[in-house]
Design a protein around this ligand. Structure first.
Ligand code: NDP
Ligand code: GDR
Length: 357
């Protein structure tokens, strides 16, 4: 029997990769998209004719209920969210509505449609739950300490999924995913901002990079690997919550250094308040500036995941290393600027150094 999947957030980074994966497995793929004043389907335009799209929003209960009742999905992947941590400080209530209560609305839509014993449910949980970390590395049993309205909303979503599993016997689970990126990553997240701006600098179209906390440490993987994990979790016998991570950690500063190395540009770090900006005429060095504009009221300083439970019980392992990820993103952004990535970049990927696995 052909399976039917419903993806919320299908127009996002993960939604687009997951839709491709499910189509390759012959699923009937349905997705929820939001009405927008301009086109918002760029990430799924190449599969537009193969997926069934429904207008909807996680803040609209009756709309969620009617989509679920019509589609009767075998599997629901709840990926929709106001997913930007810094924006959540500016839109805390909306973030709670979409990311927290939105998850409840979707679970209720499944239950009231009488599908609670048949529909499997994946919730996009996050390493942001660990916030002020209580243990290094973080695993499924590590206590949560959320540090943003986004993380607090996702914490509600995490527990309502656990509760519906225990109360109604639903096959519902949380994937606690650490940061994952790709050429399709939204432009305001740090990896994409850096690869995009470094490509523009290499093309001579920009002369500086302005960032926030460059000492922040993250465990970055490739979105393609992570959506595979989401699907694998729903194919297990029992609903269990899992961490997905690479088990390697780098700083934003490392990321910036690696990107500039790939385009063969030397850099110099500048503090806030320095009047000089842009490329230094004498040295040709690019200035990387720090601005408080990009700092968060409360920061998550360090994240490092332990994916050994997912490896042991599900057989999931990341295939793409940090350097391969950065190479793919840089190559894509350079191409968008009409330039090839210098051939030396491939040597940087092969070289054994602190960025190697
Ligand atoms: P994106 O921001 O790229 O995509 C978010 C998607 O949600 C978009 O399709 C967006 O629509 C949609 N959306 C936002 N608000 C609503 C709403 N109220 N109703 C319906 N749809 C909505 O996120 P990612 O693909 O990177 O992440 C997917 C999920 O995984 C998110 O829930 C995120 O919080 C979570 N996550 C992500 C991680 C990562 O590193 N990428 C790590 C851990 C968890 P539109 O295109 O119209 O904006
Ligand atoms: P994050 O991702 O908050 O981890 O959430 P983001 O890329 O926004 O930030 C990572 C780290 O980089 C620091 N930083 C900057 N961040 C941005 N966006 N812009 C900057 O200029 C900048 N300078 C430094 C941040 O302070 C932070 O420490 C992502 C999202 O995908 C969430 O939805 C998801 O749940 C988590 O990853 C896991």
């Amino acid at each position: 029997m052909r399976k039917t999947a419903l993806i919320t957030g299908i127009t996002g980074q993960d939604g687009s990769y997951l839709a491709e994966l499910l189509l390759s497995k012959d699923y009937e793929v349905h997705g929820i998209i939001r009405r927008s004043s301009s086109f918002n389907t760029a990430r799924i335009d190449h599969i537009f004719d193969k997926v069934h799209l429904h207008y909807g929003d996680l803040v609209d209960s009756s709309n969620m209920a009617s989509i679920v009742a019509r589609v009767k999905p075998d599997e629901v992947f709840n990926l929709a969210a106001q997913s930007h941590v810094k924006v959540s400080f500016e839109e805390p209530e909306y973030t709670a509505q979409a990311d927290g209560v939105g998850t409840l609305r979707l679970l209720e839509a499944i239950r009231t449609a009488g599908l609670e014993k048949t529909t499997r449910f994946y919730q996009a949980s996050t390493s942001e739950l660990y916030g002020m970390v209580q243990e290094i590395p973080q695993k499924e049993s590590t206590p949560f300490y959320p540090r943003s309205p986004y993380a607090v909303a996702k914490m509600y979503a995490y527990w309502i999924v656990v509760n519906y599993r225990e109360a109604y016997g639903m096959f519902a689970l949380n994937g606690i995913l650490f940061n994952h990126e790709s050429p399709r990553r939204g432009g305001t997240f740090v990896t994409k901002k850096v690869t995009h701006d470094v490509a523009l600098i290499a093309a001579g179209k920009k002369d500086k990079l302005i960032l926030g906390n460059i000492d922040s440490l993250r465990d970055w993987g490739h979105a393609r690997d992570y959506v595979k994990g989401m699907w694998m979790f729903l194919q297990q016998e029992k609903p269990v919550d899992y961490v997905l991570a690479t088990g390697k950690q780098y700083s934003v500063r490392d990321l910036v250094s690696l990107c500039f190395e790939m385009v063969e540009k030397p850099i110099t770090w500048r503090g806030e308040g320095l009047s000089e900006e842009g490329i230094d005429e004498k040295s040709g060095q690019v200035k990387v500036q720090i601005s408080p504009r990009y700092f968060r009221p409360t920061e998550v300083d360090t994240l490092l995941g332990d994916p050994s439970k997912a490896k042991k019980e599900v057989g999931w392992e990341p295939e793409c290393s940090f350097k391969e990820l950065v190479f793919e993103m840089m190559e894509y952004d350079m191409k968008s600027c009409g330039l090839p990535l210098p051939s030396s970049a491939a040597e940087v990927v092969k070289r054994q150094d602190k960025w190697s696995w």
